[in-house]
Design a protein around this ligand. Structure first.
Ligand code: SIN
Ligand code: FE2
Length: 213
């Protein structure tokens, strides 16, 4: 794939109050991050979770950290154990923590201390419907989201699901950070277009760091 931006330095793009896109921010460490994703997936495999409403999610997910996000019949929960393996979620790899810390500082949230990292894997046609990240008790802490591999269109709205949406393309190495006023803003991912990325094949991966305790 011809990469017109390969040599370009990262740049910042404001998204909303409290929210910023750090373009290409994680590009250099992306191979290390992906190696860690594959390592983690051997301990805590990607799976399609079932929503409380009975829908199987098209995005495949796994977690690392003290707590991991998952679904059950009653709702959405953070728990220390992976219900698939019965084991604790693997620790957040140091490479993950390093990029998250760098991004938090760059975005103006230097005190962010994540204890959960959700890893999403999108295949062709996979989407994530509009939602709020509201299962975390401490809403003063932001969300840090790292995009790897194939590009996808990210929708970012406001506090109401029906409000106007911004649509931005998130590409390999882009990091989005939202907190403060925009911490509970609705967001989602439109269906992934087919493609091939040298580092991630036919997939897009996303790491979202949260403080879940
Ligand atoms: C999420 O909202 O949890 C993930 C967003 C993304 O995949 O970029
Ligand atoms: Fe989210």
């Amino acid at each position: 794939m011809l990469d017109l931006f390969a040599d370009e330095a990262p740049w910042e793009e404001p998204l909303a109050e409290g929210a910023i896109i750090l373009r290409r921010f994680a590009r250099e460490e992306a191979p290390t991050l992906m190696a860690a994703v594959h390592r983690l997936a051997r301990q805590a495999p990607f799976r399609h979770m079932v929503t409380p409403g009975g829908h199987t999610m098209s995005v495949a997910m796994t977690n690392c950290g003290m707590l991991g996000w998952s679904t059950n019949q009653h709702g959405y929960v953070y728990s220390p154990q992976d219900s698939l393996t019965g084991k604790h979620w693997p620790q957040i790899p140091t490479e993950f923590n390093a990029v998250c810390a760098r991004a938090s500082v760059a975005a103006g949230y230097p005190d962010f201390e994540p204890d959960a990292c959700l890893i999403n894997r999108y295949a062709q046609g996979t989407k994530l419907s509009l939602h709020q990240d509201k299962d975390e008790p401490n809403l003063r802490q932001p969300i840090v989201s790292v995009s790897l591999g194939l590009p996808a269109i990210f929708q970012f709205g406001g506090l109401k699901r029906s409000g106007p949406l911004k649509r931005v393309m998130l590409e390999h190495g882009d990091v989005v950070v939202w907190g403060g006023v925009s911490r509970l803003f609705y967001h989602g991912i439109l269906p992934l277009k087919p493609g091939f990325h040298p580092l991630t094949d036919q997939f897009r991966y996303n790491l979202t760091f949260r403080k879940a305790s």
